[in-house]
Write a protein that binds this ligand. Structure first.
Ligand code: BTN
Length: 226
C-alpha cells in the first residue's frame, strides 16, 4: 500500500461510510505532518487510518486528531503497560525530553476526516531514526484492536476528548522552541486553546501570548517533578 491515509481519502471521495479502517505492514508513500514522509521497515510499526465523518465544524476538527492520539496512548497502556504523553499537537512521547513513539496525521475531504496513526512498535534499535522511540515486541493486532476500541469510545464525546487531551499533553508547562515557516522563537507553553492552538508566552515579547496553529515544537527542558 502507498499510504493508508491516501487510500481512505479515495474511499471517502467515493462515498464510503464512517468507520472504514485501513492497516498496512509497510507503506511506499507514507505521509507525515507538514508534507513530510513517514517511513518504516516492514513488520516494525502499526500503520493505520480510520475514516471518520465527525460532523465537527472546521475550527474543532483538531478534536478528531486528538481522539486518535488519545486512543493510541490508551492502547499503549493496555497492551504494553506504558503510558505515553502527548506532545503538542499529537505526537506520542514516552517523556517530555524523550523520543517520539507515534505521530498522527489528519486529512480532510469535505465531511470526511481521515485520521492516521503511525506507531513505532518493534524496530531494530540501529535503524530507529534519531529522536524516535519504539514500544518493543508487542502484538500489533492487539494494539490495533485497542486503538479502535478507544477511538470508538472517544469519538463524539468531544468534552471527554478535550479533558483527556489536556490531562495527557506534556507540552503545557514546558519551555519550548516554536518553529514556524516564517520564524522561530522560544517561550513558555501555557495552555492549549479550545481551537487546539498552543498558547506560548514569548520570551522576546513578555507582553505577548502567541496562539500557534501549525508548527514544529521542541521541548527545551525536561518536565519538573510534581
Ligand atoms: C507525523 O508526521 O507525526 C504524523 C505521521 C502519521 C503517519 C501515519 S502511518 C499511517 C497513516 N498513513 C499515512 O500515510 N500516514 C499516517
Amino acid at each position: 500500500m502507498g499510504s493508508t491515509n491516501r487510500y481512505l481519502l479515495e474511499e471517502a471521495r467515493s462515498g464510503s461510510d464512517e468507520g472504514l479502517v485501513a492497516v498496512a505492514d509497510v507503506q511506499s508513500a507514507g505521509r507525515g505532518r507538514l508534507s513530510r514522509t513517514w517511513e518504516s521497515p516492514p513488520g516494525t510499526s502499526l500503520l493505520m487510518s480510520v475514516l471518520l465523518r465527525p460532523g465537527l465544524p472546521p475550527g474543532r476538527l483538531h478534536l478528531a486528531m486528538a481522539a486518535m492520539a488519545l486512543a493510541g496512548a490508551q492502547a499503549c497502556l493496555d497492551v504494553a503497560g506504558v503510558s505515553p504523553g502527548i506532545k503538542w499537537p499529537n505526537d506520542l512521547v514516552l517523556g517530555p525530553g524523550e523520543g517520539k513513539l507515534a505521530g498522527v496525521l489528519a486529512e480532510v475531504d469535505g465531511s470526511a476526516v481521515v485520521v492516521g496513526l503511525g506507531l513505532n512498535v518493534d524496530w531494530p534499535i540501529t535503524s530507529l531514526p534519531p529522536g524516535a522511540a519504539c514500544l518493543g515486541p508487542v502484538d500489533r493486532e492487539a494494539l490495533l484492536e485497542a486503538v479502535l476500541a478507544h477511538l470508538a469510545l472517544l469519538h463524539g464525546d468531544w468534552s471527554l476528548v478535550v479533558a483527556e487531551y489536556r490531562r495527557r499533553c506534556v507540552t503545557v508547562g514546558q519551555v519550548v522552541r516554536v518553529e514556524l515557516a516564517t520564524e522561530t522563537f522560544t517561550g513558555m507553553a501555557s495552555a492549549v486553546s479550545d481551537d487546539g492552538h498552543l498558547l506560548v508566552a514569548r520570551h522576546d515579547r513578555p507582553d505577548r501570548v502567541q496562539a500557534v496553529a501549525v508548527a514544529d515544537v521542541v521541548h527545551l527542558r525536561p518536565d519538573l517533578p510534581n
